[in-house]
Design a protein around this ligand. Structure first.
Ligand code: ATP
Length: 222
């Protein structure tokens, strides 16, 4: 099967300093790729380039065979909404909404009716073991529960790729293990590729493949 995502000779600089300095990377459908490296090595910047949140200065990112840099802003927004999911360190759910409402949003944005979106959101929360918390708001759940909800939101619309930036970085070791395990289990169940940025080599060891960045370059791939 052709790769779902490819980066070719990717460069991005903030001013004179290169954050991503010539990265080639290919992600197969359903593959879980860990991106590790020291602080400041360019992990988050690479993730943002791969997901179209940032446009590289040069090089190319292809989703299937479509270059992101040739798309209009609208097409890139649509690509992110339909084909990508995101999990960040602090969940980034909408604080005023309940977990169920938050997780319904990606399905609503795909044009589903409210009832259908709620049904699918409830199912996804259930699969992550927090079906009973759907009516609570972000401020009424624990950090671990919040990250489970963030994972539910990232997966509920069945994206092709989930981008996760330190998704368990704010959790203690036990919660981190559990939440990371759920992300992997759900991604594998649905054949979703994952690009995971982490400081934690222990978690990275559970991915299919690890890419090590140093000063914006891939220095090791295993
Ligand atoms: N908005 C920005 N403006 C200027 N420089 C930036 C910006 N964002 C990141 N950088 C710089 O680019 C480099 C790569 O940053 P990036 O956040 O991608 O690294 P990282 O590996 O994700 O780091 P960390 O593990 O600490 O989150 C760093 O030197 C950083 O200081």
């Amino acid at each position: 099967m052709p790769p779902v995502l490819q980066a070719r000779a990717l460069h991005l600089s903030y001013g004179p300093a290169a954050a991503v300095a010539g990265v080639d990377l290919s992600v197969d459908p359903g593959e879980v790729v860990g991106v590790v490296g020291a602080s400041g090595s360019g992990k988050t910047t690479l993730l943002h380039c791969l997901s179209g949140l940032l446009l590289a200065d040069s090089g190319s990112v292809l989703f299937r065979d479509r270059p992101l840099e040739s798309m209009t802003v609208r097409q890139r927004d649509e690509l992110r909404r339909s084909h990508f999911g995101f999990v960040f360190q602090f969940g980034d759910l909408v604080p005023e909404l309940t977990l169920l409402e938050n997780v319904s949003l990606p399905v609503r944005l795909q044009g589903a009716r409210a009832g259908e979106a709620r049904r699918r959101a409830a199912e996804q929360l259930e699969a992550l073991g927090i079906g009973q918390l759907g009516r609570r708001t972000v401020g009424e759940v624990s950090g671990g529960e919040l990250q489970r909800a963030a994972i539910a939101r990232a997966l509920v619309h069945r994206p092709d790729v989930v981008f996760a930036d330190e998704p368990t970085g704010a959790l203690d070791d036990h919660n981190s293990e559990v939440v990371f395990g759920l992300l992997l289990e759900q991604a594998r169940e649905h054949g979703t590729a994952v690009v995971l940025v982490t400081h934690d080599r222990h978690l990275a060891a559970r991915t299919d493949r690890t890419v090590v960045l140093a000063a914006g370059r891939v220095v090791e791939a295993a």
